[in-house]
Design a protein around this ligand. Structure first.
Ligand code: ADP
Length: 609
């Protein structure tokens, strides 16, 4: 899409130009004028220069009683007094000097005065005139208080041949279906008017970051070939009270002029946050929000302006903004499922040169939980890796490695583990994998590695689910906790001591155990009571407890009991399979990275490769 608005140049830009011109005049022009300064010399030098044929031009100024002459290449001008010397003319003639009327076009003091003083002043006056005229133009509207302020800085895009289309947004079928209606309306508003139906004025796209909300909004504009205004919510929030409101007015005025069109407000939570409640509320933001509410109410339905807004904090929005008649439709744009991830990978893979035999399904399974933006990044990382390795196209291994880079950071090539540490890490990782494999419901192991990563991980076990899991039962969750404790359990079983390497496992295991008790109703005795509320669902989800202190104590006890129980189970599994644990850990220690297949071969007693 093209951006059609030419950006306004800041005032400082003009001042810099003037300063440059002045410097140019002073450093180049003025010295040039006075470059050929006149050097006063005595008559004997003049005679000797004449004899050595060093004189270029001569001008005899009888009136001033002086002679001006230049050297051979005319770069220096000399001046000397006149002496009664009748042979002079002949000698000069013999030496090849040229007689000239005026060798020196001396820069008159008037010219240099003009250049150094009058010209800059003239430039300043011209600039001042120009700026004040611009100011008058800008201040023409009733909305603007000062030069350029209070104008919306929305970027206007128009549809172009390479505009984003629905086909570019992979997955997100439900969202696309929902928005197709808008496209249809923008194409043919009459059809809707006839029956008396009015389009929703505002559509709120909600979902986690990087799921394609902005892309979807652009695609709606692209599909319906109408102007597209894009502005971020934070751009409304100004330092001066009233400025943001004026920007909102201006934006809607522009939009109505260009109707049918789409206005897209990204991160609307920056202006749309709930009002009041806070001490020393933000006047400017509240005014801006009020203006937005008024504008959305004010323009009658079916006038062809459709407002799309995106946010990942829908629960923080002011209820007035969400009522019917304003943002009355909410389109969820969720993280892509397995099929969606595969489609997104394919869309982005088209932009790079890629081998034919890529298993996109496998990559999509490995990247479980990744957003569209992360998947785009994975493909790009893979392409970068291919270039680094001097290959002309991307291979499966590039994509797999780039997923690991996204999950765990780059390989730390120069991190040196002591032999003992390497042993411990091998056992730790095999501990996770073995516990996972021995519990029937756990996902199979994809890869185990003990190559340190920049994220600080000394090794990791990658598990890949077969498909999407929308529901998990209690046993699966318990098994997950057991798998997480497997690393520490292996250290205990083999070395009888523990290390600091399990901190991340502990954190995750506790999180699952706590959620089971407080959110999923899988506790002992709390039945189906919600003990925790989740806010900010799309940004990681902050949980806050909503229960009495006694209940909190009871929850803590249950969490500890649950984790302990699963930890004991992991220790038991590993003790029962001690010989396999040793064999696998030795194998991993030697190879540093092993695949799920190699792991299963050894585990099932297959021959060692
Ligand atoms: P959001 O506005 O939801 O934070 P964006 O729309 O800005 O996310 O998406 C960021 C980038 O991620 C896009 O430029 C695109 O490359 C990629 N992306 C996200 N979702 C998708 C998708 N569904 N299909 C294709 N690419 C996507």
């Amino acid at each position: 899409m093209h951006e059609v608005k030419t950006p306004k140049k800041p005032l400082i830009f003009y001042y810099i130009i003037v300063l440059l011109i002045m410097m140019l005049l002073n450093f180049l022009f003025v010295p040039w004028m006075s470059k050929r300064q006149i050097i006063e010399t005595d008559y004997s030098t003049f005679i000797s220069m004449t004899e050595s044929q060093d004189v270029g031009q001569v001008e005899i100024q009888a009136q001033e009683n002086q002679i001006l002459f230049t050297n051979k290449d005319g770069t220096v001008i000399y001046k000397t007094g006149m002496v009664n010397d009748p042979d002079l003319t002949q000698r000069l003639y013999d030496s090849g000097a040229k007689f000239s009327g005026e060798i020196i076009e001396q820069a008159s003091p008037i010219v240099s005065f003009l250049v150094t003083w009058i010209l800059p002043i003239a430039i300043f006056i011209a600039l001042g005139q120009y700026l004040s005229r611009k100011m008058m133009q800008n201040a023409g509207g009733p909305n603007s208080m000062m030069f350029g302020m209070g104008k919306s800085s929305a970027k206007v895009y128009v549809q172009s041949t390479e505009g984003i289309r629905f086909a570019d947004v992979a997955g997100e079928d439900e969202a696309k279906e929902n928005l197709t209606e808008i496209v249809e309306y923008l194409h043919n508003p009459e059809k809707y008017k006839e029956i008396g139906a009015s389009m929703p004025k505002g559509i709120l796209l909600v979902g986690p970051p990087g799921t394609g909300k902005t892309m979807l909004a652009k695609a709606v504009a692209g599909e319906s070939s109408v102007p597209f205004f894009s502005i971020s919510g934070s751009e409304f929030v100004e330092m001066f009270v009233g400025m943001g409101a004026s920007k909102v007015r201006d934006l809607f005025k522009q939009a109505k002029e260009k109707a049918p069109c789409i206005v897209f407000i990204d991160e609307i939570d920056a202006v749309g946050e709930k009002r009041g409640g806070k001490l020393g509320g933000n006047d400017e933001r509240e005014q801006t929000l009020n203006q937005l509410l008024t504008e959305m109410d004010g323009f009658e339905g079916n006038n062809g302006v459709v407002i799309l807004a995106a946010t990942n904090r829908p629960d923080s929005l002011d209820p007035a903004l969400l009522r019917p008649g304003r943002f009355d439709r909410r389109v969820p744009v969720e993280l892509p499922d397995l099929k969606g991830r595969e489609e997104i990978l394919r869309v982005h893979a088209k932009k790079v040169k890629i081998a034919d035999n890529i298993d996109f399904g496998k990559i999509a399974r490995m990247a479980s939980g990744a957003s569209g933006a992360e998947l785009a990044n994975i493909v790009n990382e893979a392409a970068l890796r291919a270039v680094r390795d001097g290959r002309a196209f991307v291979q499966q291994a590039d994509l797999e490695e780039s997923i690991e880079v996204v999950i765990a950071g780059y390989q730390r090539k120069n991190a040196i583990l002591t032999d003992e540490e390497k042993h411990i890490v091998s056992y730790h990782e095999i501990g996770h994998a073995l516990v996972a494999a021995k519990q029937s419901h756990s996902a199979p192991v994809q890869k185990i590695t003990i190559v340190p990563r920049t994220s600080g991980a000394l090794g990791y076990t990658m598990q890949v689910d077969d498909g999407d899991h929308n529901l998990m039962n209690k046993t699966e969750l318990e098994n997950k906790i057991a798998t997480l404790t497997g690393g520490r359990a292996a250290e205990e079983v083999v070395f009888g001591s523990v290390t600091t390497g399990a901190s991340n496992d502990i954190e995750q295991a506790t999180k699952i155990a706590r959620a089971m008790i407080t959110q999923y109703g899988m506790s002992d005795g709390f039945d189906m009571v919600a003990l925790e509320t989740i806010s900010n669902q799309y940004l990681g989800g902050d949980a806050s407890l909503a229960c009495s202190p006694e209940t909190q104590t009871a929850i803590d006890k249950q969490v500890v009991a649950l984790v302990k129980q699963q930890h004991a189970k992991a220790v038991q599994i590993l003790t029962e399979n001690r010989d396999k644990l040793d064999e696998l850990a030795k194998y991993l220690y030697e190879k540093e990275t092993i695949t799920g297949e190699e792991f299963m071969n050894i585990l099932e007693g297959g021959e060692e490769k």
